[in-house]
Write a new protein. Sequence first.
Length: 662
Amino acid sequence: MLSGLELTLLLLGAAVLGVVAFRMFHLPPMLGYLVVGILIGPHALGFAEDNETTHALAEFGVVFLMFSIGLEFSLPKLSAMRHIVFGLGVAQVLVTIAVAMVFAWGVSYVLPQLHNISWEAGFALGGALAMSSTAIVSKLLTERMELDTEHGRRILGILLFQDLALVPLLIVVPALAKSSGNLLVTLAWASTKAMIVLALLLFFGQKLMRSWFQVVVKRRSQELFMLNLLMITLGAAWITEKAGLSLALGAFIAGMLISETEYKHQVEEDIKPFRDVLLGLFFITIGMLLNVHLVMQHWWLVLLLLLGPVLLKFGLIAALTKLFGASTGVALRTGLALAQAGEFGFVLLNQAGGLQLMDPLLIQVILASMVLSMLAAPFLLAKSDAIVMKLSSNEWMLQSLALTQLATRTMSSQKHVIIAGFGRSGQSLAKLLDEEGIPYHALELDPELVHDTRVAGANVSYGDAARRESLVAAGIHRAAVLVVTYASTPSALKVLHHANELVPSLPVIVRSHDDADLDKLLAAGATEVVPEALEGSLMLASHALVMLGVPLRRVVHRVQSARDERYTSLRGYFHGVSDVPDDNDSLNVRLQSVALIEGASSIGKTLWQVALEQFETEVTMLRRGKLRVEMTPDTVLQQGDIVVLRGTAENILRAEKRLLKR
């Protein structure tokens, strides 16, 4: 038997390997924890045992998870989404529990080897199946830039109520298990205890929390702040446990209390490492519960409990979403996103197993089906558009109509700017383009934002710039520049892929958070990448230098020098239709992309041989297909290359003639 230290080292080592492997395939680390738990557990390789130590680690993981949920509990947020959260969210959880109870009764009737499933077990099972994975779904929606879409808001609203519903479910399920006779008395007593504890913690805690945190913060000790945070979290959990309730409930209340203070964001950052590590260990212990041999023997039952609940949940959520006024396409996307099981389902299933509400065989096959459904979730979301198109002809017609309307609006545009994303950055860019008389058209996925800005006179349409069809409809073949104004590398890479296939010579400017993905974006074909962090630091530096008495002219020169070193293209600009000559020669320096067409005399020659320097023109970049070519004087030009030139209009014209001369 392993000691506590040996077991902890084994779990940590296995967790590291599992997360690394799943990160390589761009899958959520939570799934890596589950698979690692299955492999090292007592039912597979047998490296780790299911004992009190692993249970204690798992329980701490749930405590910190519930604490984090409490931190996110926001009354203003709930108020803003109340129709979705307390309408659609409540309906989804209650209907799923009711249908699951009927489903469980039917399964026990058809499959007598599972013995008789009580209605209490059916209720616990329904609560577990009603949950969806907040971690997986929110991450995938973020990557797909769908958080602000119609289906994205409905998905987040349902997930938010599922998080809230876990708290009463953790109270009710043990009460049902302990019920020996009068169920109403048992539930009433459990509810009374919960209300008393909640009232005491919220009433006294609310008064004490802010003042106590002020005392701790004034000591200016990060160590003391962290110790205090752990004490409050575990202390609240201990109080609710002594009251006969769950540890998780106390942690949730502690998070709620802190969320109302100004220390919320600092607490979130400090608690995150503890939460993620302990939660990872919790999922490993869940994986350890899975008996692989038993599952293999009853594979058909696992398949039944995978397909049955997933299809049932998809149908229920889609139908309820449609009933609450959504279009068919939005309803189907919402159902697909939430059809899988969730991490809270494991919490409830683990609790039901500990209370012996279910047959061990049933727990094993349900556990296996839940893990498989979560593994399938990323692939379901990735194919959601295709699935919705096949299931709903109306959705296909709506999307076709949207593309037709977009193409109609941009049909007369020439040399315009396509703006991908119409948030704050996109709107600022559009305002500047308007002032300069340069035409633009923006693509935005938030329908409300599209409506509001279009009414105000903006040239914006509903569309996803990461889709090839949207870019074509926006007139990419006639555009002068494409600007990606949101900082999402996965989406930007999709935009660059389609832009390079459609119009390789089109300049594409991409926004990013920092320089972390700079090389990846440039290699994908971005003409320039603008990192927020660098621009922010330049602005901070310029203001600081002015405050220190450095002459403004020198500050401007230093900032411009820094930009010139970082941004090659900022030493010039791409010429727009409304540009007029300027007396300042430095402002007449511009950029122009030249595509080497078949028959051009420069094809097969080196950059040194074409000698564009004699025209006082510089080659700032050379793109070949999707790749950015490293330039040397001996670089040989090929047919199809995109040469970006910098110089005055007159010199660029002479250089272009030299490159394309036949």
